[in-house]
Design a protein around this ligand. Structure first.
Ligand SMILES: [Zn+2]
Length: 280
């Protein structure tokens, strides 16, 4: 019998002659259900995380940021994960650390702000008070309820919070035309990975050493460390002088409060839109 007829496998989805793990024409994975483990993973929607690539990318983000940025923007992704995967991973790890610490040491150590502080948020945007007068009156009479609702709405937007770090970095680099827009975005993504890792470490330190809560010196040292990391990263990746490199993290720091303000106003607006006022 002639065995060569079946030697070249064809894609079961589109019939194209296909060699390798994925079909070169339609992109489907060919050996998706070749054993029971793969079937089970598909049923559960589980993809094995590329741990080695994530570890390597994370190491580069912390210690070789310029190398990671240049490799990402040149499209050399071998052994690396994408910026989106890296940011999602560190955000998930930092969020889990925060949740576990909050459970172990009480939420006080890591609270985003107590109810009284959050009630002050209502005064942030006078232009919104004119639009939702009855909602604001009801919220003012129920500061605890308002704080809960505000936190809940903030949680709905939690998946977007890396943008709060990416945007100031991007805006400090991109509009100056010194580097291309997508390179600016990649530098901002790498620094966001670094910042999120540092924040998680700081959160952990504060939880186990409560005396560090509100320690201005430590906060300043961490901020200086972040600026130096960002400056060295930009200098090596862009090939600029120290002046340009150091001014970028400083501009990003100045932009940060405006980004946070915009975020708070957005969360406040959605809180008030969804505030349960009877007889709407
Ligand atoms: Zn195919």
């Amino acid at each position: 019998m002639d065995q060569t007829a079946t030697a070249t496998p064809t894609c079961p989805y589109c019939g194209t002659e296909a060699v390798g793990r994925f079909c070169s024409a339609c992109g489907k994975e060919l050996a998706e259900h070749s054993d029971s483990t793969r079937v089970m993973k598909d049923v559960l929607g589980v993809k094995t995380p590329p741990v080695k690539a994530i570890t390597c990318t994370g190491y580069f983000a912390l210690f070789r940021p310029a190398l990671l940025s240049t490799r990402w923007w040149n499209g050399e992704r071998r052994g690396l994960v994408s910026p989106v995967v890296m940011i999602s991973t560190v955000t998930a790890i930092a969020g889990s650390i925060g949740a576990v610490l909050g459970h172990l040491y009480g939420t006080g150590a890591i609270a985003a702000g107590n109810d009284a502080d959050l009630a002050q948020v209502q005064n942030l945007a006078p232009f919104l008070q004119g639009r939702f007068p009855r909602q604001f009156a009801a919220a003012a009479g129920d500061p605890v309820g308002f704080a809960q609702k505000f936190r809940q709405v903030g949680g709905w937007f939690a998946a977007f919070w890396p943008l709060l770090l990416i945007l100031p970095g991007y805006l400090s680099l991109a509009p100056w035309k010194r580097i291309r827009s997508h390179c600016a975005l990649i530098i901002a993504c790498v620094e966001t990975v670094f910042l999120t890792a540092v924040s998680a470490g700081f959160l952990f330190l504060r939880a186990i050493v409560p005396a560090l809560e509100g320690n201005g010196l430590l906060t300043t040292l961490i901020w200086i460390g972040i600026c130096v990391h960002g400056a060295a990263h930009i200098r090596h990746a862009v090939g600029s002088g120290w002046g340009y490199a150091i001014s970028r993290p400083l501009i990003a720091t100045l932009l940060f409060p405006f980004i946070i303000y915009g975020w708070m106003v957005e969360v406040l607006w959605v809180t008030m839109v969804s505030w349960p006022v009877l007889g709407g």
